[in-house]
Design a binder for this molecule. Structure first.
Ligand code: ZN
Length: 187
């Protein structure tokens, strides 16, 4: 098992749009395995490549540890594109491994259709709803440099300002490895 340090709010790579993946080599396969290890070690249910300092269009999701979602299989999405979103929305309190100690209500489409490539770069398409759709949208946003704290109410944004500053300065207590500084290098 290999655990990578997780990038933290304020790290530039979290705001940078990622590059498409054009080929899958052994290093990519290894990265994906490390991403699953890193996510699980931090008790997360989704992780994007830029959260481990890699500027590539890849995320992993595994919601099976959540009660009532045990049947959902772990999934890797490469070069994902959301192609349809429901008008119906839902609100849910989200958190993020890159923004520890903060949770906030985010309104998102309840259902989505997403196209992506699997680890063989084969085209896939799935419909997702509920928690699965939410986690996918959260990770998809990461690949576009968007964090859930961009999507919360103005009131919550004000409320979180001090905490976000603290997080950026790493004045936080967490039990998983994080990147060393705000200028985490772009790999
Ligand atoms: Zn996140």
């Amino acid at each position: 098992m290999s655990i990578l340090p997780i990038t933290i709010y304020g790290d530039k790579i979290l705001r940078k749009k990622v590059d498409s993946v054009t080929q899958i080599d052994d290093k990519t396969i290894e990265l994906i395995r490390f991403m699953f290890d890193t996510m699980r070690n931090a008790n997360g249910i989704g992780l994007a490549a830029n959260q481990v300092g890699i500027n590539k269009s890849i995320f992993v999701v595994d919601i099976s540890p959540v009660e009532d979602y045990e049947k959902y299989k772990p999934i890797t999405m490469i070069n994902p594109r959301i192609v349809n979103k429901s008008d119906e929305t839902s609100s849910f309190e989200e958190g993020c491994l890159s923004i520890p100690e903060i949770r906030g209500e985010v309104i998102r489409p309840k259902e989505i259709t997403i196209k992506y490539q699997d680890i063989d770069l084969a085209e896939q398409q799935i419909d997702a709803d509920d928690l699965f759709a939410r986690v996918i949208q959260h990770e998809y946003d990461h690949l576009k440099g968007i964090l859930f704290t961009d999507l919360i109410s103005d009131e919550l944004k004000k409320q979180f300002k001090k905490s976000l500053n603290k997080i950026q300065k790493r004045k936080i207590e967490i039990d998983y490895p994080i990147s060393e500084n705000t200028d985490y290098r772009l790999l």
